[in-house]
Design a protein around this ligand. Structure first.
Ligand code: FES
Ligand SMILES: [Fe+2]
Length: 445
């Protein structure tokens, strides 16, 4: 349960808000490379209540205010030129740094142009996502997390619209106990494996993860702080001697890193559009095999409408809720896509969850720990202090690695060393992953 003022503090991200300032001091996903139209790569985007236009430059991407400084016309309809984007109304031309570089209707000798500059944010493309830095001063270097260092062919990026506050989405990702209920199947899990979360068999158990966590629904949850944010262990006793160990992470401030089968992991950011809507963006990476991007993209595009990436199942159609299906097939009655289950859970709370009336238990440990860390970081940032997962030098960025995420089984008394050993094996066999010694400095084997 939170005080109203704290709930406001961790949910409002518009310009000048304490949370908005903190989130803007990190690189944030702005768009998928695959969503930018080929013919005319220009797109209106809204991030943290700021209306912007993203466009392709001769090299890289420009992200500037959506509205022309002259008389406020929408630049997302502008003419894309080699040197920037030109307003349709009177032809003012803006470059990728938001500078007005031509005002064709003004007199030749006019100096007016030099005075005009609109909001502009640097962009960097990483594994299918265009990231932007909307904070003050120079951007921080990118941490060396696996999602950024994996070669492109071993990754896949996608996004989706969730119509609720960003923090609801994020908190779902660091809540290890919900998977035993929300994602359960009444009968056999009928899904094909590739690209489906919780559908792979957990090595050594003969069971799909969806069944394993459904049967073992009271995990012990342990949370520890790490340089990247939080590491969360969910331990499920399978037999007298054997535990299932699931290691997931909060990647401060607005992402999580969780396993997606035995060789795959994904990092998912939750980025505010405004306070009541957000996009999740993910980079999926495979330690063993190149990804089949086409299949993964089609699977996911089939479930959304474009250009907004709004799921076909949404509040307007009760997320496709079917009581018969709830009886016979899925715990939710909302289809086989686990992502829709998560979407329903967090959208059903309303646009901004009222955290003054919730009742948290022991199993909410990670959620509680994250809120504490977030509130502390908002204050620390406002006071000019350091915040987690925020390198100030290339050396610090290089030390931010992993985070390690894994599902495995282990003997009761050796689980701490066993999962690290499994991670080591996975990395040793990987054509690209860094060895564990450098992969995450803070894990004690
Ligand atoms: S409003 Fe854009 S050039 Fe006049
Ligand atoms: Fe989930």
């Amino acid at each position: 349960m939170l005080k109203q003022e704290d709930n406001e503090k961790i949910t409002r991200s518009g310009p000048g808000t304490p949370l908005g300032n903190l989130l803007r001091s990190y690189w944030q996903p702005a768009a998928l490379v695959s969503e930018m139209p080929g013919e005319r790569p220009v797109k209106a985007v809204r991030i943290m209540s700021e209306d912007l236009v993203l466009f392709k430059k001769r090299e890289g991407w420009g992200l500037i205010s959506r509205y022309c400084a002259h008389r406020g016309v929408d630049l997302s309809y502008g003419r894309l030129e080699e040197d920037g984007i030109r307003c349709l109304y009177h032809g003012w031309l803006y470059d990728g740094q938001g500078r007005c570089v031509e005002q064709p209707a003004e007199p030749d000798h006019s100096q007016f142009l030099g005075k005009i500059r609109i909001s502009n944010y640097p962009c960097v493309e990483k594994n299918g996502i265009i990231f932007t830095y909307m904070g003050a001063g120079d951007p921080p270097p990118f941490p060396h997390y696996d999602c950024f260092v994996a070669p492109d062919e071993y990754t896949f990026a996608f996004k989706g619209l969730w119509e609720c506050n960003w923090l609801q989405g994020l908190e779902g990702g660091i809540d290890p106990s919900h998977v035993s209920f929300l994602h359960r199947f009444i009968q056999e899990d009928p899904r094909e494996m590739y690209g489906q979360q919780f559908a792979e068999e957990v090595e050594g158990t003969g069971k799909k993860l969806s069944m394993l966590v459904g049967e073992s629904y009271r995990p012990d949850i342990e949370v520890e702080s790490a340089d990247h944010g939080l590491r969360v262990y969910a331990l499920r006793q399978l037999t007298e001697d054997i535990k299932h160990v699931r290691v997931t992470n909060l990647l401060f401030p607005n992402a999580f890193v969780v396993p997606f089968g035995n060789t795959k992991v994904f990092t998912q950011w939750h980025v505010p559009i405004d306070d009541e809507n957000h996009y999740w963006f993910m980079i999926w990476y495979d330690f063993a095999e190149p990804t089949d991007k086409e299949t993964l993209l089609q699977q996911r595009l089939d479930g959304v409408s474009l250009p907004d990436y709004r799921p076909l199942r949404n509040r307007s159609n009760n997320w496709g809720f079917d009581p018969q299906e709830q009886k016979e097939l899925t715990y939710t009655g909302m289809g086989l896509d686990i992502n829709v289950h998560d979407q329903w859970a967090v959208e059903s709370m309303g646009p901004i969850q009222d955290r003054t009336v919730e009742r948290l238990g022991i199993s909410d440990r990670a959620v509680t720990a994250n809120r504490r860390m977030l509130l502390r970081a908002i204050d620390s940032f406002a006071a000019g202090g350091q915040t987690p997962s925020h390198p100030v030098s290339e050396a610090e960025a290089a030390a931010l690695t992993g985070p390690l995420a894994m599902d495995t089984i282990a003997a009761n008394d050796a689980w701490q060393s066993r999962w690290v050993q499994r991670e080591q094996e996975r990395r040793d066999a990987s054509p690209w992953a860094a060895p564990l010694e450098t992969a995450e400095e803070t894990v004690d084997a």
